[in-house]
Design a protein around this ligand. Structure first.
Ligand code: HEM
Length: 219
């Protein structure tokens, strides 16, 4: 059998790059999104209760909620959408560059202009969203607005040809994790001071102070 060193090295390169993509682009964002979703649920006990009721109805005493049952959880999906709206994990997306000269809203944009998109500000724009600073998952129950890149008012994963390729993976992981956490545990804060929601500036938007909660397994 012949050993092709060039093919072997390029395969190793692709595997390494894939690992960098999945771990580099995928873990921090998914973790930050889940942390914000749980923070908002802790600050809004009625929302937590509503989600737990949905999870327990679907779970029916089983050990865990399996992936195939997640589609029957519209409130869970609305909670995650609202968390991704209010806390856009990559607030400025990734910088882009215009490939050719273009006229936009009366402005002449030369070719090779760096474009930054403030997805965080769009998601809190009061001319688009009613009470944008409020965490209200209900707003997504009766509208078709989604984060798949077609509704420009909600683009936590970007849009267009370079939008996040990990969207389905991220969605599945976040839905499964959150559904099972609220299904299996009751959460309480260790003190009465509430939750400090200060954001920490960086490429991925994290909480400045990690959340401290007491999880109690449900019977
Ligand atoms: C909640 C979780 C995630 C969020 C909010 C998120 C968000 C984003 C955003 C905003 C971009 C830039 C898109 C643009 O500028 O138009 C991006 C790119 C990317 N994401 Fe994600 N992402 C998440 C999870 C993941 C996961 C789980 C993976 C991999 C398994 C992943 C892999 C990538 C890669 C490889 C790119 C670069 C794509 C390119 O430049 O062509 N992401 N992501």
């Amino acid at each position: 059998m012949k050993f092709n060193l060039r093919r072997f090295s390029s395969t190793i390169f692709y595997i390494t790059q894939l690992r960098v993509d999945v771990f580099g682009a995928g873990t921090d964002t998914t973790f930050a999104s889940l942390e914000w979703a749980i923070s908002e649920l802790l600050r809004n006990p009625h929302t937590m209760k509503e989600l737990q009721q949905e999870a327990r109805k679907i779970g029916q005493g089983r050990l865990t909620i399996p992936e195939e049952d997640i589609e029957k959880m519209p409130y869970l999906k609305a909670v995650l959408k609202e968390a991704l709206r209010l806390h856009v994990p990559v607030p400025l997306l990734i910088p882009r560059e215009s490939t050719k000269e273009v006229k936009l809203l009366g402005y002449d944009i030369p070719a090779h202009t760096q474009v930054m998109i403030n997805a965080w500000a769009i998601a809190r724009d009061p001319s688009i969203w009613e009470e944008p600073e409020e965490f209200r998952p209900e707003r997504f129950l009766n509208i078709r607005t989604d984060y798949k890149g077609f509704d420009f008012e909600l683009i936590p994963f970007g849009a267009g040809r370079r939008m996040c390729p990990g969207i389905s993976f991220a969605e599945t992981i976040m839905e499964l994790a959150l559904a099972n956490l609220v299904y299996k545990f009751e959460f309480t804060l260790p003190n009465e001071d509430g939750l400090d929601m200060t954001e920490l500036d960086s490429i991925t938007l994290h909480r400045k102070f990690p959340i401290l909660v007491i999880p109690t397994p449900c019977e």
